[in-house]
Ligand binder design. Structure first.
Ligand code: R5P
Length: 300
């Protein structure tokens, strides 16, 4: 097996290679003055099973193009199979038509992954399980939940005053699964409305909450602007919650998310995974990054 890394998450690719006790294979990525990329495979891959590691977070389009070119280079160089490890599958929130006239961007991405000859895709914590149906090639859908359960058992108070909370109704399946891993810890889900024009979120109610709970563990698939987590924390404060621990697989961290999470006093810790690389300038004191490398390695 040969492992190649795109530019988006080399530390994860390196950890994965270390787990598998092989070296990362060499690859040249040249960036032209106009931003175009030229990819060249620098290893012998004839009849080899090859793996590409590329998280498709920001810059989303560039990271996808790089992935497509690496796959094409591998196929043209004789690779037997190509598995794309895409821990964060960009465009997954555009998996269906919300309003008339919209493109279904995720479908375009999936068609292209298939067209460039990728044989298998490994992803983490998709936004919705419906996304799996968009693929016609084998898809391995892994989850950070076992890592979260392990961390909660070790570090976070999880007695009768603690409740797991999904910040939106879409996350109810995720929260139920996690509750099952934690001796059926109580759970609740907040009803969130998002304005599709402005992106602003509003918390309008909740199912399963009452005032006996003092610690909330918010679990989400991703943190982008931080608006959902901040809104959920403010809502929980009004319901008598005294401390919040946050768990999210994908640390997209756009805009001011690190500051928003940092300055929220109710939030004690924010746990994310290395599915998306978090650069030093976006890390903050309360942040802890859990690695998905061993979960991925077990599926290669
Ligand atoms: C939305 O349904 C997702 O599960 C996340 O809650 C959302 O994408 C987080 O985005 P933001 O941090 O911008 O609120």
């Amino acid at each position: 097996m040969k492992i190649f890394s795109g530019s988006s998450n080399k530390p994860l690719a390196q950890k994965l290679a270390d787990k598998l006790q092989i070296s990362l294979s060499p690859l040249e990525i040249h960036i032209f003055a106009d931003g175009e990329r030229r990819v060249r495979i620098l290893d012998k891959v004839i009849d080899e099973d090859c793996v590409i590691v590329q998280s498709c977070s920001s810059p989303v389009d560039t990271n996808y193009m790089e992935l497509f070119f690496i796959a094409d280079g591998l196929k043209r160089s004789g690779a037997k199979s190509v598995t794309a490890v895409i821990p964060y599958l960009g465009y997954q929130r555009q998996d269906h038509i919300f309003r008339d006239g919209e493109a279904v961007s995720l479908e375009v991405i999936v068609k292209t992954l298939e067209a460039v000859g990728i044989n298998r895709v490994i992803v983490f914590d998709l936004h919705s399980v419906r996304i799996e149906q968009a693929f016609h090639i084998p898809l391995v859908h892994l989850s950070g939940l076992p890592l979260f359960a392990e961390t909660i058992k070790r570090i976070v108070p999880h007695g009768s005053a603690t409740i797991l909370v999904s910040p939106d109704m879409g996350g109810i399946r995720r929260i139920k699964l996690l509750s099952g891993m934690l001796n059926n810890l109580s759970y609740a889900a907040i009803e969130k409305n998002r304005d599709l024009e402005t992106g602003e979120v509003e918390m309008v109610g909740a199912q399963g909450l009452d005032n006996k709970y003092k610690t909330a563990i918010i679990v989400d698939d991703m943190i982008s602007s931080g608006g959902t987590i901040a809104g959920a924390s403010d809502f929980l404060k009004e319901k008598g919650i005294k401390e919040v621990f946050v768990f999210a697989t994908h640390a997209i961290f756009s805009d001011d998310a690190p500051q928003i999470l940092s300055k929220n006093e109710l939030i004690k810790k924010v746990y994310v995974t290395d599915a998306v690389y978090v650069p030093k300038e976006k890390q903050f004191e309360k942040l802890d990054i859990l690695s998905i490398a061993h979960l991925t390695a077990g599926n290669l």
